[in-house]
Write a protein that binds this ligand. Structure first.
Ligand SMILES: Nc1ncnc2c1ncn2[C@@H]1O[C@H](COP(=O)(O)OP(=O)(O)OP(=O)(O)O)[C@@H](O)[C@H]1O
Length: 938
């Protein structure tokens, strides 16, 4: 029996329907089982033919009605499912069958259907579940087990099961788009109107409206096509044609094959070329290290080192084990290989199941934005229809009273209907967005979800990441404060004054994941500044070093000016193992060894609170916390360093196997690195502009809370006269529930419940990630109240940032989030308007990518959003006015048994066209010209 994540899919009683999809992503739908019924289908087809195919059109608009052709049955027997999504839209999907080999389940008969690029397969107990849940996840040990790859039979079966490895964004031909658009109820209605006008001798008017409709359709087709082309190109820019894989070979173990990347399947053994490559799938690294650029997924182009995981029974999860996972679409810049062996990775996910695939899916099928404007537009059309019906009834009544023939009465009544609904409505609705998008592009803001532009105009809460967004990314080292004998010594500003062999300098030289790419050192800006400040050199592993450091070629660091004159024994340190930095851990560590030194050392650096928790208590200076508070209160960014000596029996092999938790404990505190946290010059004016516009601003950062408050004050997010209160969760071993404390309670505030007058008292809150988790768990009723008054959210981990944005949305805020990728990717996706500051032209990390790397982009977006909204509103108001004026004039004329002539109608509409021409621009002017010519001709 396989191990499903059954908690997500409870056993259902009624097998006739079931919920599928992800509730977390607000994408759950209900499916109902049906099977084909020949008799019903034949009857239905006959009726459709008798009614000239009209029922087919109705089925196309309302797929729900298609169920009349089928017979309701249990999902176990269903060959058709009727799917209802959480927005009430229906879809008929056919269930297919196949005989395939499923890992750990063997060869089985599989029933499945595809929805939104996800394959749902039938399971006897849980009905339809996504394929990646159906196939049991592997443990790390299973994945790491070295084999020669999949054999031909397994491969064929897996290819059938998983399908081709492709993330295709379909770019439909203009013709296909045209056919789809024409079947839209709005255009069908317009065609019906034109037919009516032709019968009613309004030929010229009908022809002119036809031109208008064609213009409207072409604009809409051009826009749709352009958008899908842009997304297609973006996705294609990070795809690859050919890959090398290993296949078993009875004679010599394995053969290396070059195959088309579309043919990759989970389980394949991928060979990563030494020269680097773009990855075609998600894969877990088995052998060797890789340095990758994940800019396309995260927006941040810092090279990241990927290492193979340790074998264990832990279930592999690409998000938890992302330091060991190579993601589809990302670029391997370099590989490190040992003893000339190949760098290998095992494919874990392909196609739309990869991380890139899910990001593309979220763009292709975005969650509805819930902008009132769209709902109001539907109401507007509905009201027009209601008015039209009144007009029709009135016209019929007056014509019948005047004893006009029934045919003419009906034609006149239907005419009223066609007058009320304006033909250029769809074009008018989107024109504002198209122009805003073009202007944004000129400003360096790339948009992959144009419908979000309107939302930008409604932003009420602007969230900002701190480091790299509000402040400069290149944090310059201001000073170091070494600790000797558990006491802080005097701060050192000039690193040259320090002993090159001191442990603190050794830590600064080794505790990073810097790497040389094309001869220059690359990596995290913080690490780069730290390393550059001590003036050491870094050498990548080469063949000659292999012998010096046992069997492995480590990264070597050495001072530019050797401290000892001993030429035979240079002073250099080899970095044997790296545990890269992670935002969740807030630390990183390395194992290293000085040349000819028998003992290995561990250096750890990270957030001071984290490092303090890893240190032996008596190695920490007594005034550690007060000193830290003093420094952070001045707005400095502080990193702590610590080390420990490993036992003499700890050898190179142990270093490769040892777990991170074993290394990052019982440390000796070494000192603090103080970094300058300077604001970008644009930050303060933009924050003040936002405040003037009454838009709330908040900071969500991974940094220390006092540093964050200081930066918030400096940039004007917290006004100088405002009092900041730290909300803190205090865990007490005796009490079951942690208590909530306020660090500086203003005299006027007595209890947590008295939130009413905070604004008047000029009080704002700041809270950290730990408190946030406790608040959500034990004090959920306080969360909304606190959120309304909190400006600084510090020490927030990536998932907490996402939770916070979602909570703000629940409070009915239209939320924007500006960040520089990596630790805020989730928040960027969750926000109504996510803007990733990135040098890359575009990434799938967020709906907007700004190449202007400061927060001024948010102002441009808000302005353009408002422009687009105002244009759309103006258009709707204008259309409404025009329709109603024309409607009342015509009804009055009909009442007097008079009508508007063909050219008269055209003349009235011409005024509209002129106005449109002025609004729309060049295309409109051409159209205006066209109409004028027609009129003159008439
Ligand atoms: N390269 C690094 N090595 C060790 N520790 C680091 C490194 N970079 C950051 N840290 C520590 O981890 C903490 C969390 O880092 P994270 O990247 O999540 O957020 P941040 O960069 O501080 O702020 P923001 O969320 O505003 O970008 C930092 O405040 C710092 O103390």
């Amino acid at each position: 029996m396989c191990s499903f994540k059954s908690s997500e899919y409870e056993r259902i009683e009624d097998e006739f329907f079931q919920t599928v999809g992800s509730e977390k992503e607000n994408d759950n739908c209900t499916i109902y089982g049906y099977k084909r019924n020949k008799r019903k289908e034949v009857v239905c087809n006959i009726i459709c033919i008798l009614f000239l195919g009209l029922p087919y059109l109705v089925f196309h608009w309302y797929p729900y009605l298609q169920k009349v052709k089928f017979q309701k049955c249990s999902l176990r027997l269903a060959n058709i499912v009727l799917l209802k999504d959480n927005h009430g839209h229906y879809k008929i999907i056919h269930v297919e069958t196949q005989h395939v080999l499923v890992p750990t389940l063997g060869k089985i008969y599989l029933r499945h259907f595809h929805y939104k690029h996800t394959k749902y397969v039938y399971h006897n107990e849980f009905n339809f579940i996504p394929l990646d849940i159906f196939v049991p996840p592997s443990s790390l040990a299973d994945l790491l087990q070295y084999s020669n790859g999949l054999n031909q039979l397994e491969y064929k079966n897996f290819l059938e099961l998983y399908g081709p490895n492709a993330i295709t964004v379909e770019v439909k031909s203009y013709w296909t788009l045209f056919v789809e658009e024409v079947f839209n109820p709005f255009y069908i209605f317009q065609l019906f109107s034109m037919a009516l006008w032709l019968i009613d001798d309004y030929a010229i008017y009908a022809c002119c409206v036809l031109i208008l409709i064609l213009f409207s359709i072409s604009t809409s087709l051009y826009q749709t096509r352009k958008q899908s082309e842009a997304l297609h190109d973006l996705v294609e820019s990070s795809t690859v044609d050919e890959v090398q894989i290993l296949r078993p070979n009875t004679l010599w173990g394995h053969t290396e094959l070059t195959i088309n990347s579309r043919n990759l399947v989970p389980g394949d053994l991928l060979v990563i070329p030494t020269t680097g490559c773009t990855l075609a799938c998600d894969a877990v690294l088995l052998k060797g290290n890789c340095i990758v650029n994940e800019c396309v997924l995260t927006g941040e182009s810092i090279p990241i080192t990927k290492t193979p995981p340790q074998p264990s029974d832990e279930t592999y999860d690409s998000l938890i084990h992302k330091r060991h996972t190579l993601f589809s679409g990302t670029q391997v810049l370099q590989t490190r290989y040992y003893g000339g062996e190949q760098v290998l990775a095992r494919v874990t996910q392909t196609g739309f199941s990869t991380t890139k695939g899910s990001l593309v899916k979220s763009i292709l099928y975005p969650a509805p934005i819930g902008l009132k404007f769209y709902a109001d537009t539907y109401k507007f059309v509905f009201i027009l229809f209601a008015i039209a019906i009144c007009g029709m009834v009135y016209t019929l009544y007056t014509y019948i009273q005047q004893h006009v023939s029934l045919k003419e009465s009906i034609i006149r009544a239907l005419d009223i209907f066609t007058i009320v609904v304006p033909p250029a409505l769809p074009a008018a609705m989107t024109v504002g967005t198209i122009y805003s998008q073009t202007r944004l592009k000129k400003l360096g803001i790339f948009c992959i979800s144009p419908q979000r532009i309107n939302v930008c105009g409604k932003i009420k809460l602007a969230c900002f990441d701190k480091t790299g967004t509000l402040t400069n990314e290149g944090l310059e080292i201001y000073s170091v404060i070494p600790s000797e004998n558990s006491q802080f010594t005097e701060p050192v500003v000039n690193m040259d004054e320090m002993n090159q062999k001191s442990l603190l300098i050794q830590g600064m030289a080794t505790c990073h994941t810097l790497t040389r790419i094309d001869g220059s050192i690359n990596g995290d800006p913080l690490d780069m500044n730290m390393f550059n400040s001590i003036k050491w050199d870094l050498e990548e592993p080469g063949q000659s070093e292999i012998t010096r450091y046992d069997t492995l070629g480590p990264v070597i660091v050495k001072p530019r000016h050797q401290p000892d004159a001993d030429i035979n024994l240079p002073y250099e340190i080899g970095i044997i193992r790296q545990f890269p930095f992670s935002s969740t851990q807030q630390s990183m560590s390395v194992i290293c060894r000085t040349l000819e030194d028998p003992l290995m050392l561990v250096f750890v650096k990270g957030a001071p609170e984290r490092i303090a928790a890893m240190c032996i208590e008596n190695t920490l200076p007594l005034n550690f916390n007060t000193r830290l508070s003093e420094i952070t209160a001045q707005g400095f960014r502080v990193i702590a360093l610590a080390y420990k000596t490993l036992p003499s029996k700890f050898k190179w092999k142990d270093a490769q196997k040892v777990e991170r938790v074993t290394v990052e404990c019982d440390l000796v505190f070494l000192g603090l690195l103080i970094m300058q946290n300077t604001l970008k010059p644009e930050t303060q004016p933009i924050i003040s502009a936002l405040k003037d516009a009454n838009i709330r601003t908040v900071m969500i950062t991974g940094d220390n809370i006092r540093t964050a408050i200081s930066v918030a004050r400096e940039c004007g997010m917290v006004a100088l006269h405002e009092d900041v209160i730290l909300i803190k969760a205090v865990e007490n071993e005796e009490a079951e529930i942690p208590s909530i404390k306020m660090e500086r309670i203003a005299p006027e505030m007595e209890s947590m419940e008295s939130f009413a007058d905070l604004k008047k008292l000029h009080i704002t809150f700041a809270l950290d990630g730990k408190t946030w988790t406790i608040l959500r768990a034990y004090y959920p009723h306080l969360v909304p109240k606190l959120l309304v008054h909190t400006t600084v959210f510090a020490r927030f981990q990536p998932d907490q940032k996402t939770q916070l944005v979602t909570h703000f949305q629940k409070l009915d805020y239209m939320v924007s989030m500006v960040g520089d990728g990596t630790n805020d990717c989730g928040a960027l996706k969750a926000a109504h308007v996510g803007v990733s500051l990135s040098r890359a032209e575009a990434s799938v990390a967020a709906p907007f990518t700004s190449s202007i790397e400061n927060i001024s982009c948010i102002l441009h977006l808000m302005l353009e959003g408002r422009c687009a909204l105002v244009t759309s509103f103006a258009m709707i108001k204008y259309m409404a006015m025009y329709s109603l004026i024309q409607f009342f004039s015509v009804v009055l004329l009909y009442a007097n048994h008079s009508i508007v002539g063909d050219v008269e109608f055209l003349f009235i509409d011409l005024i509209i066209i002129t106005s449109l021409a002025l609004t729309i621009g060049k295309q409109g002017i051409v159209l205006f010209f066209l109409f004028s010519c027609t009129l003159l001709y008439c």
